[in-house]
Every structure is written in C-alpha cells, then in structure tokens.
Design a protein around this ligand. Sequence first.
Ligand SMILES: C[S@@+](CC[C@H](N)C(=O)[O-])C[C@H]1O[C@@H](n2cnc3c(N)ncnc32)[C@H](O)[C@@H]1O
Length: 269
Amino acid sequence: MKHDHNTKILTFYSDPDVVGYYKNDDRLIPVEAALLARVKEELQNQPILDIGIGGGRTTPHLREISKAYTGIDYSEAMIQAARWRFPGVDFLTCDARDLSRFQNGQFAAVFFFGGGIDDVSGADRLLVLKEIRRVLRSRGIFIFSSHNLAGHFTAGRAGGLRLYGNPRIFVADNLLRLRCWISHCKGALRNMIHDKGYAVFVDYDGYFATQPKIGVVLRTHYIRRSGQIRQLIENGFSEIEAFDPGGNIINDDKTAKSVYLQYIARKRE
Ligand SMILES: C[S@@+](CC[C@H](N)C(=O)[O-])C[C@H]1O[C@@H](n2cnc3c(N)ncnc32)[C@H](O)[C@@H]1O
C-alpha cells in the first residue's frame, strides 16, 4: 500500500461523518467483553495502551480495568472527539508505526481493536508489531482484531443492489461496491494459484452519514489465522489464541469464516 493510500485512509478517518459515527459507540462485541474479563485481574491499575481508539469506544471499558490508560489514534479528529467525550483522559495523536514517545517495556498490555492494524501496508504492519513488542513489558499482553482472509468473500459482497433517490449516489455507490466485489474475486483467484496467507483487497466503506453520501474504497489487509499466528511468533510473541466475534476459540483455518478474528498473545521473554 503506497503513500497515497495512507493519505486516503487518514482523510477517511478525519471525515466529520465517520468521526461522528465512531464517537457515538461504546458497545463491546462478545469476544472483546470475554477477553477483557479474562485479563481484568492481571491488568488492574497497570499501564495500558489503546491504539486506534476511533471515538473512544473501548475507553470506558479499559479504564474500568486501569486508570493508567493512554489512548492513541493517528487521526487528530478522532482524538479531539475522544477528548470531548472523556475529558481529562490521556489521549494523544500518534501513529502506531512510530511509538517513540513511549519507553521500552512501558506497558503491561496493548490493545488495537476494530481491525485498525489492517489499515497499514504489509511492511508497515511489521513496523507496528515491532513497536508494540518494544513498548510491552516482558510477557505483556497484546489483544487485537484483524480481517480474516478465510472470511473475505463475506466482506467483499457488501450487499446487493442499493436504491437511492439521488441518481449520482445510486450509480457511484453500486459501482464502487461492484469494484470491491471484483477485487475480492480476483484475490480469490490469485490465492488459488499462489496462496501467500495474506492479501490486500479494496473494501467499500460507507460514510456512515445520516444523509446518503458516496463512500470510498480503501485497501484492507486480510490475513489467514495460521499466517497471523506465524507472523506473531516471528515477531516475538507467544501463547497466541484466535477467536471469532462470538468469542468461540478458533483452532484451525477451516472453521474461521468470520470477517474478523480476535487475537490474544504475549510478548515472549
Ligand atoms: C475501524 S476504526 C476502529 C476504532 C476503534 N478501535 C473501535 O473499535 O471502535 C480504526 C481506527 O484505527 C485508526 N488507525 C488506523 N491506522 C492507524 C495507525 N497506523 N496509527 C494509529 N491509529 C490508526 C484509525 O484512525 C481509526 O480511528
């Protein structure tokens, strides 16, 4: 994913409608609630870092576990929304690829919820993992979610024909979603020939606006469960488990059909 992709995706996450959507949400999905319940005792009042916070959906839940909480996002608009929502909480505009403002071993746990890690390129993903490992203490916990290559067709479909009163929105919306579907079909074909365990597809992201508005297609990194586990091991993590959004443990790639998978891992000593 090239430089222009970074600009495009940051522009998306700075759009007032997108920020407005994220700043109104505070619900956890079942797997997130289950994993937080599992680590709650160990992380009581320990320093924790929440990356890619969006509008702060996970902030109150993580602050219930520890007030030594720092939330970061590279979208200044998201950080402003989170500050407005939770005054006095430690929020910083910061890119996960460069956590140099934090010290080695500073955190007992790092979270990257909502698939935000898939917004960066494959090469930058390794930078992110390296930085997260660096700021974690020995045996520190890393919890994140990622788009699942085995479930990508569900995301690619993005619904059937959509009807809009405005002909320009009708044409643009349906063409963009068709483009997304074609990208997923081409990717599936490529994977049949040479499956690398990960792929980049264009996904359609609606603007979540109250009024119909044309969305954007953004490149998204998808990775298979086994590929993600291997990548985590290669980058200094261990004790890795994968779950579907309902909180069911996923022990093989074949049963992992959901669009997202949630992972928990520990920094290897
Ligand atoms: C899909 S949203 C999820 C927001 C929130 N975590 C949630 O689950 O509701 C992804 C968020 O990650 C942020 N993000 C993506 N790449 C990032 C990076 N390299 N550094 C920091 N934040 C990033 C985006 O700005 C966006 O707010």
